[in-house]
Design a protein around this ligand. Structure first.
Ligand code: FES
Length: 59
């Protein structure tokens, strides 16, 4: 499923980016392009980041 329509970035790509070490929406934007155009997706990217941090904290 697409997180960023403008740059055609999928949720899977965002997760891969986090797994590779990205810890902020800016790092994900720089790596994938998500958020570079209209920025509507930034909240979604932040939600994915927060969820992955919570999962990491409970692991
Ligand atoms: S939806 Fe991501 S920049 Fe527009």
């Amino acid at each position: 499923m697409y997180v960023c329509i403008c740059m055609a970035v999928t949720e899977s790509e965002v997760h891969d980016c986090i797994a590779a070490g990205a810890r902020s929406a800016r790092q994900i934007r720089d790596a994938t392009g998500a958020g570079k155009d209209c920025a509507t997706c930034v909240r979604k990217v932040c939600a994915i980041l927060k969820r992955s941090e919570e999962l990491a904290a409970t692991a």
